[in-house]
Design a binder for this molecule. Structure first.
Ligand SMILES: Cc1cc2nc3c(=O)[nH]c(=O)nc-3n(C[C@H](O)[C@H](O)[C@H](O)COP(=O)(O)O)c2cc1C
Length: 200
């Protein structure tokens, strides 16, 4: 549960209401089966032409050397994620398998798969935090090393684990963690066909 409740305008399913991106992670290992269940949730996401362009490289307590390799990709601003017992790097196939044409919606498919995974994580008592702050060239080299060809592009990294203790975070991170949750109002993001209509 986020330290501040989600001030949503409507009641939502608990997985959405309770999902957030924490920086405090417990070092308690996540059993491989729980992680596989998260990936199964990702697997069942919708995708254009059912292309399933997503791929996930996962380092956990059972593959500590690979987790260390993934850790080394993180930028200093995301050093808090080094504590997470599971680190994941996502990738997406940028060309359609059937005709090798550019798949302009593949990244959207990857996002859907990742959100499935996040919501499943909440329902399993886990937390997950996505990160764009890592070395993309090093991540790209890792994809190639792992056998993903040049048609695969780097996605994002995700830290996954059980919720940690806020007191383990240093001052500024702790402060960020405790900030109230905010979103743009519904009237700004949903347009029902009338400019300036705030009756959404
Ligand atoms: C694609 C993407 C990249 C992100 N990169 C980072 C990051 O590098 N470091 C970080 O601390 N948070 C990162 N975040 C987390 C966002 O800051 C966070 O989702 C946003 O502030 C909303 O907060 P919430 O997820 O707790 O609702 C990223 C989120 C997404 C979706």
């Amino acid at each position: 549960m986020p330290p501040h409740p989600t001030p949503s305008e409507f009641e939502l399913v608990p997985e959405i209401q309770n999902r957030w991106s924490p920086r405090a992670f417990s070092s308690r290992p996540v059993p491989r089966d729980l992680t596989r269940r998260l990936l199964e949730a990702a697997r069942w996401a919708p995708s254009s032409f059912n292309e399933q362009p997503w791929r996930f490289l996962v380092g956990d307590s059972e593959s500590p050397a690979f987790r260390e390799t993934l850790r080394d990709l993180l930028m200093d601003g995301n050093a808090w994620a080094r504590r997470a017992p599971v680190l994941m790097l996502s990738a997406w196939r940028s060309r359609l398998t059937k005709n090798d044409k550019a798949n302009r919606v593949a990244l959207r498919d990857l996002g859907a798969a990742e959100e499935n995974l996040f919501l499943q994580a909440v329902s399993q008592g886990l937390v997950a935090h996505q990160m764009g702050g890592f070395s993309v060239p090093a991540a790209e080299a890792l994809l190639r090393e792992q056998g993903l060809g040049p048609e695969f592009e780097v996605g994002v990294m995700t830290a996954i684990g059980f919720p940690g203790d806020l007191d383990d975070l240093d001052g500024s991170l702790r402060e960020r963690e405790l900030k109230p949750r905010k979103r743009k109002p519904l009237s700004e993001i949903a347009l029902f066909g009338g400019a300036g209509d705030d009756e959404v």
